[in-house]
Design a protein around this ligand. Sequence first.
Ligand SMILES: [Ca+2]
Length: 492
Amino acid sequence: MIRMLVLLIASNLLPAGYLPAADRPNIVMLLADDQCKYSMGCYDTPSAKTPNLDQLARDGMVFDRHYDSTAICMASRATIFTGMYEYKTGCNFESGHLLRDIWRQSYPMLLKQAGYRIAFAGKFGVELIDAPGQKQGQLAAADFDSWGGGPGQTSYETHRNDSMKQYAEQYPHSTLSYGAFARDFIKSATSKDDTRPFCLSISFKAPHHPTTPDPRFDHVYQGATIEMPANFGREHGSHFPLQSQAGRQFERFESWHYNDDYNRVMATYYQQIYAIDVVVGSIRQVLQECGAAQNTVILYSSDNGFLCGSHGYGSKVLPYEESSCVPMIVYDPRHPSAGQQQRCDALTCNADIAATILALADQPIPSTMDGRSLIALLDAPDARIHEFVPLINVWGPRQVHSFSVVTNDYKYVYWPFGEEPYVPAAELYDMQRDRSELHNLIDSEVHQTAVRQMRSLYDLALDHWISQGVTFHGYPRFAKIFDPEIPWSDKP
Ligand SMILES: [Ca+2]
């Protein structure tokens, strides 16, 4: 076998960097949609019933400071696939689709080139176009060896997801259908007929609105009492700038009934996550049965977090912790960290996922990627891989557009909108002492050194946008919009 491989490499029949399958792990990348951290036992939420995710957390490493650099579905998914921040993918709901040239540098495509068998199921979240501005995009179904993905938001009703119809009778609710897809794919990919390692990516629709829990789990949270976060309610958001109230996040505190029916709303949200948890358990079970458990790395995260009444807001997009800082677990059974119940408080982000997957597959990480491999943190959880991470929002009403930088110690938020009655605003939060973001320190005398330091990192982040950002889909105009030195009246 080895001799044959040497011959194949010598004759250029295998891509550069190819290693025997046995030396490279399989990879399972699991992504929830709109899941906040206070929905999992392993993130200090005792009322959340997530036994399989908690077991994965104990077996692997839990990341406590993992940010989605854009806290909304489409842009975050483009970043997860490509390892690049939104201003380098040019991809968001109101901006435009993802260029095929950029998609070719995504982790699924690079793994495919490297000899991996690749599969995707669930909400794909982006569409591919050949040139900037093209309105109608396509899914990447043909690029995958196995495809259970769907366009747009997909449906909770399995029979409505064309590529998943074969599971509809047994699993009418989509969440469990993705578990069935995973089972079939893993069985096939680990059969003797295929010696390639595999990369399986599943993007659940859950727990995204419209709230649609699988009725087979109605019993799980019956009679449960859900604890409220310490910063729950409008009284804990009065220090936020007016801009933050201009989007739908503000009214959803009431229209989604966090204010007057918290227990029921959260029990239903948790019930949707419970079904994901069941799938996580079943995937680990099938990996065990197929003899692949010891050579399969599992990653778990969410495309954005969720404000479930914190500060009197609902939903996502805003730069605050509940919306931007999300669950992240990495379990590499081959690594010495496995089973050590380790946690890591280093700053990490969604752009790191692609870099991590490439590093696991022993592939070079393209220099265009902003992400860093998390393997360095598995090796040394006290290490640091980012000095700061940008938090971007250019979606929704202009009032809500914001650009922020977060470090291990602080978060600096800038709101440029300055049309009356708004005035441009900035915030500073102490991430070591005030993770609930209850005290805006921007005007605190003793914090002015920190303000200046964070402002210079902000300037660095904006310089990166200006020098590296795409020149299409409207992204260049943010160079001026996010420059705090330019008055609002001079902004495009
Ligand atoms: Ca989402």
